[in-house]
Design a protein around this ligand. Structure first.
Ligand code: AMP
Length: 415
């Protein structure tokens, strides 16, 4: 049996847990609460929120079976819409509702380095937060998480402003006029022109990119009010020391964004260079059918991409030290019960123990203890059992001594 294409087995979670642990600590300082929402969600949630013409909904959804009645359910492809659903389903009154979550997401994309079909995201959302200051705080939060929390420096922040609905409508007209004036258009652009015009900027082919290099940009056609907000966003980011690059072609793949959008990218990641991104989604609640407008902002970071960046600098990270291992070796079967009890006693006092119950010679058990990186070996033979003693061998110095069983814990001194 092989694992499903685009999925991974994690056999060492040290770095993964480091990221989550650091995120928890960091987000606590911003008064965030950790939540978890289901992996299974109604397919309709994403059709409405992301838009039926997005790649995620039209091509990449894992719709698994019918739910109740004729309701379709799916494996969640992202977390923002689910967080908004949870906000309403649970009648949350707190505003802004500052929450974060992490977990598996599922998209049927073509697997490649840094791109999986089951991957993990850390999601950060401010639900019910209309102020532009929150946009700044949200971006600064992520920037400082990457730089201070994870000690990364090889990334950049791309920033754009999508303006209001009216700005976008006006801009769509300008963009359409630009495209209509071109003698020929690549097929990919023709396809998106009718379904999801702004998403043409996500097209990566060089002929599309070349053509779009001369296209009008959204920030050039913002209304005076939107333009003022865009200016203020940049000023405030500078105030909190966050550097950024303006990327007028950043539209982000999903439908629900307005105003601020951003992406953190790293050259060190290769083709899939985004390590996270987000933006403001003021209209999402209404798109989901709620009557209240709940202006919000949030972001998602790709944990696999962070792992790729951290892997190469693993040695420099303050990873939690593994506890010293104590190996307990019964010389013969008759000492196995004593080893069992002894190990339980030590664990109860916080010692990390491994007992060898599979028989074999003391020599072979010692070899295994060494291979497993034991700091001490505790050897109990017939004589030791009879006289309430144990032999403690220091695996670093090689020295051995007999100690009374009651003194073993003090002797080891490894908790
Ligand atoms: P998105 O929800 O598409 O904005 O994605 C947010 C972040 O999740 C991206 O910047 C990536 O770091 C990560 N991500 C998205 N899709 C995948 C995938 N298929 N495999 C691994 N990471 C992904």
């Amino acid at each position: 049996m092989q694992r499903v294409r685009g999925t991974q087995d994690f056999l060492d979670l040290t770095l993964f847990n480091f990221i989550i642990d650091r995120a928890r600590r960091h987000l606590q300082r911003y008064a965030f609460r950790e939540i978890a929402t289901p992996i299974l969600e109604p397919t309709e949630l994403f059709k409405r929120s992301l838009g039926i013409f997005t790649d995620v909904v039209s091509k990449e959804m894992y719709t698994i079976c019918a739910g109740e009645g004729d309701e379709q359910i799916c494996l969640r492809p992202e977390a923002t819409a689910a967080t908004m659903r949870a906000f309403f389903n649970n009648n949350v009154e707190e505003r802004p509702w500052r929450v974060f979550s992490w977990g598996s997401m599922f998209r049927h994309e073509r697997p490649q380095k840094g791109r999986y079909r089951q991957f993990h995201q850390l999601n950060i959302e401010y639900i019910g937060a209309p102020s532009l200051f929150t946009d700044v705080e949200c971006i600064a939060l992520i920037d400082s998480f990457l730089s201070q929390g994870l000690m990364l420096d090889n990334y950049a922040l791309h920033l754009n402003f999508l303006g209001s609905l009216e700005d976008r409508e006006r801009y769509r007209g300008e963009l359409r006029a630009f495209l209509d004036a071109q003698p020929v258009l690549p097929k990919a652009i023709v396809d998106r022109k009718e379904t999801n015009l702004l998403r043409i900027f996500d097209l990566k082919d060089s002929d599309c990119q070349a053509l779009l290099a001369n296209a009008p940009t959204l920030i050039d056609s913002l209304s005076p009010e939107s333009h003022a907000e865009w200016e203020q966003l940049q000023t405030l980011l500078a105030h909190v020391g966050v550097s950024f690059v303006i990327n007028p072609r950043l539209v982000r793949g999903l439908d629900y964004y307005n105003k601020t959008v951003f992406e953190f990218v790293s050259m060190a990641l290769g083709a899939q260079n985004a390590l996270g991104g987000g933006g403001r989604y003021d209209y999402l609640s209404q798109t989901l059918g709620e009557s209240d407008m709940v202006p919000s902002i949030g972001a998602a970071l790709g944990i696999e991409r962070l792992l790729l960046l951290l892997e190469s600098r693993r040695d420099t990270l303050p990873l939690p030290r593994e506890k010293a291992l104590v190996a307990l070796l019964p010389v013969a079967e008759a000492q196995q019960p004593l080893v069992l009890v002894c190990a339980q006693f030590l664990r109860h006092h916080g010692v990390c123990c491994e007992s060898f119950f599979d028989g074999g010679s003391v020599k072979s058990m010692m070899r295994r203890a060494n291979k497993h990186g034991a700091r001490f070996a505790v050897i109990i033979g017939e004589e030791e059992q009879r006289e309430n003693l144990v032999v403690v061998k220091d695996m670093v110095t090689g020295s051995e001594k007999k100690v009374r069983q009651e003194q073993l814990l003090d002797e080891l001194n490894v908790t």
